[in-house]
Design a protein around this ligand. Structure first.
Ligand code: AMP
Ligand code: ZN
Length: 114
């Protein structure tokens, strides 16, 4: 499958990888919107949250566990962070491989919808 995030997660395309385990990879966003902007993805391809079979939803727990490890590793676990998942067309998802935006490094403004 010709998927940019599959290629990054497998190491086929170089990226600024910040974390990797058996199931999850995390790398820096090309166009950061916060001092720290990391994308956290499963190594297995799913188009979006809606594409994950119910019996494979444990991967979401794996992603969240990875997020806590990254927050500690990068030193923003104490001051906090924001996680965003854009799901599908109306959610504003542009890359069709599920990913969580992990934003940190400053006090973020109240979430705006538009
Ligand atoms: P979304 O709009 O939720 O699908 O987010 C896609 C994100 O992927 C955007 O923040 C882009 O800046 C980011 N992005 C796209 N291509 C790459 C890439 N090759 N490496 C890192 N980040 C990327
Ligand atoms: Zn993919």
């Amino acid at each position: 499958m010709d998927c940019i995030f599959c290629k990054i997660a497998s190491g086929e395309i170089p990226s600024s990888m910040v974390y990797e385990d058996e199931k999850v990879a995390a790398f820096r966003d090309l166009s950061p919107v916060a001092p720290q902007h990391i994308l956290v993805v499963p190594k297995k391809h799913y188009d979006s949250l809606e594409d994950i079979p119910m019996d494979e939803m444990d991967i979401i727990s794996d992603i969240h566990r990875a997020i806590r490890k990254i927050a500690e590793q990068e030193g923003f676990n104490e001051d906090g962070y924001r996680i965003i998942n854009n799901c599908g067309k109306n959610g504003g998802q542009e890359v069709p491989h599920i990913h969580y935006h992990l934003l940190a490094g400053k006090k973020l403004t109240k979430l705006v919808v538009d």
